[in-house]
Design a protein around this ligand. Structure first.
Ligand code: ADP
Length: 544
């Protein structure tokens, strides 16, 4: 037994930290996987943003190159005179951002301009032509392969200039064809068309080589902002994309993480609380089983003592060696009272067993209560007289009708009076009072004993629990009397408790709920003293 307790304790001490560690490990794993998920999510947001930036930057290049191809298809070296007129006709539709086209003869030392057409004639056309020939042409790459379309993007006097150009051979003569793109038109016409989308998922801007915004709103720092230079056309500029949904996603993820943390924390708490409950229950169960073994020992002892007395005096009488009627009567009296004691104990144990199994067969009926209490008191009177104790029954004049099990009420009162006799041996008076409050009838048994320690007052109503008063003075008992009283009180809609009495002693009180159809009971005829009652006998536990 001791070994088992030891191993159980060891198990408990190992189990508790093991479960706490397991819960902590679970929480750790959950956090780690949640962080990994978050990283993956961030990575995929970055990848998506980058893909978007690529796609948007390519869109511009494509649009400009489409126009360049349209210009290229219009160049006819055999009819250079009319080339300009042909392009001008289709320019607004086919090449909306090209404002001038020039054809240069690369075969001449001065690189003569052989054709020039502009959408804006006059000084603006002259300016473009000058810039084309003197600023842009010197920087163009004129090495082979000759047919390749190239772009020159240049900042000049705080302006951004863009020229698309390619070389063509006519016979053996090399020519240069260049299309002048009007950058402000690209910024104010093409950018909005290409990038002002309504998807709300992303925001776009374009910045120059110094990072100054050329078009679009400033992008908020926070979510990932990724950008890419335009690959072929406006290659000095950069297109930036910010996923506006990234912030929302991040907020949702943060919210979910908090929820998960709370959930995991709560689950951990539930596991630990459950464990504590199980451990407490196990400890309680252990205590109870110890109390039960005490109970069995006490009951056996209580059964054995009267039984051996009955046997001893029975054998004495049977042997015929007892002389004198008085002696014989005395022995017979002992046999009778010890048998009563046995019957009472068995009765109590059986009742208690019924209560324990939850089917105490109460037989309720509406009726008076005073006479029931009086009968119980009378059952104890003989023993009280023997102990030189007076039982004083005080019944209130008008008591309501109650719904009660007479036998159960008698058992409760007998147990309380019997306890008063057992535990208050110095007292001379035990008072049993019955009176009515608004909804209850209260039954109070007061003794003049030493009282009950405060920390014992609640415990003693628990089954098998015996108080200091019993253990210190080695009074015999089983620890079920008060548990029975409590059960009976509760079965009658009331409760049971103990309080200190003045000037000394204890008052045990139990209440019974008054019947709803309560009326006043007729006055009671207190029965005359009688030694026993059929079916109800006091639980007589003699002092040692
Ligand atoms: P038992 O008397 O068999 O021990 P009970 O349930 O009747 O079991 O009582 C429980 C405990 O309450 C007793 O062991 C005793 O310590 C205490 N007790 C009961 N009645 C009294 C009393 N009148 N005065 C002092 N202590 C009491």
């Amino acid at each position: 037994m001791a070994d088992r307790t030891k191993s159980e304790r060891l198990l408990t001490f190992l189990l508790l930290p093991a479960i706490v560690i397991a819960v902590a490990a679970l929480v750790g794993v959950m956090f780690r996987s949640s962080f990994q998920l978050e990283k993956l999510r961030e990575q995929s947001v970055v990848e998506a943003t980058l893909a978007l930036a690529n796609e948007k930057a390519d869109r511009l290049d494509k649009r400009i190159i489409e126009q360049d191809n349209a210009v290229a298809s219009l160049v006819d070296f055999r009819d250079r005179e009319h080339f300009g007129a042909g392009w001008l006709k289709v320019a607004p539709i086919q090449t909306p951002t090209v404002t001038a086209v020039v054809v240069v003869d690369l075969g001449t030392p001065d690189r003569d301009v052989v054709a020039f057409a502009s959408l804006s004639p006059g000084p603006e056309a002259d300016r473009i032509r000058r810039l084309l020939i003197h600023v842009m042409l010197p920087e163009m790459r004129l090495d082979p392969p000759r047919e390749e379309l190239r772009h020159l993007h240049k900042s000049y006097r705080e302006q951004s200039l863009l020229v698309s150009y390619w070389q063509r051979l006519h016979g053996t003569r090399p020519y240069l064809v260049a299309a002048w793109h009007d950058v402000p038109r690209i910024v104010h016409g093409l950018f909005p068309k290409l990038y002002s989308e309504t998807d709300q998922q992303s925001r776009v801007n374009v910045v120059d080589s110094e990072g100054l915004i050329v078009w679009g709103p400033p992008l908020r720092a926070g979510g990932p902002t990724l950008g890419r230079q335009f690959e072929t056309t406006l290659y000095k500029w950069r297109l930036n994309v910010a996923m506006t949904s990234a912030d929302e996603i991040a907020a949702a993820v943060a919210r979910r993480r908090v929820q998960e943390m709370v959930l995991v924390g709560l689950s951990g708490l539930v596991v630990i609380a459950g464990l504590i409950v199980v451990l407490v229950a196990a400890a309680r169960e252990r205590k109870l089983s110890a109390l039960k073994s005490d109970f069995v020992a006490n009951v056996s002892h209580e059964l054995k003592t009267p039984l051996s007395l009955v046997r001893m005096f029975g054998e004495l009488l049977q042997s015929g060696r007892v002389e004198g009627d008085e002696k014989r009567r005395q022995y017979l009296q002992i046999i009778v009272s010890e048998s009563e004691r046995l019957a009472a104990l068995i009765e109590n144990v059986l009742d208690f067993a019924k209560v324990e199994r939850g089917k105490a067969a109460y037989e309720f009926s509406d009726g008076t209560i005073g006479d029931v209490v009086a009968r119980a008191v009378e059952a104890c009177r003989l023993r009280a007289e023997r102990d030189h104790v007076t039982l004083d029954l005080k019944l209130a004049e008008s008591l309501p009708i109650v719904r009660r099990d007479e036998r159960a009420i008698e058992i409760a009162v007998i147990n309380l009076v019997d306890n008063a006799l057992k535990y208050a041996p110095d007292g001379r008076l035990i008072t049993i009072a019955v009176w009515a409050t608004k909804n209850y009838v209260e039954i109070k048994v007061t003794d003049e004993g030493a009282g009950i320690a405060a920390d014992d007052r609640r415990r003693i109503f628990e089954r098998f629990v015996r108080g200091k008063s019993a253990l210190d003075k080695q009074v015999r008992g089983s620890g079920i009397g008060l548990a029975l009283v409590k059960h009976i009180a509760e079965a009658h809609g009331g409760r049971a408790w103990v309080e200190p009495a003045q000037p000394r002693g204890s008052s045990f009180i139990f209440t019974i709920k008054a019947s709803p159809r309560s009326g006043e009971a007729p006055s009671i005829a207190i029965p005359t003293p009688r030694p026993t009652m059929s079916g109800v006998s006091p639980l007589v536990n003699e002092r040692k």
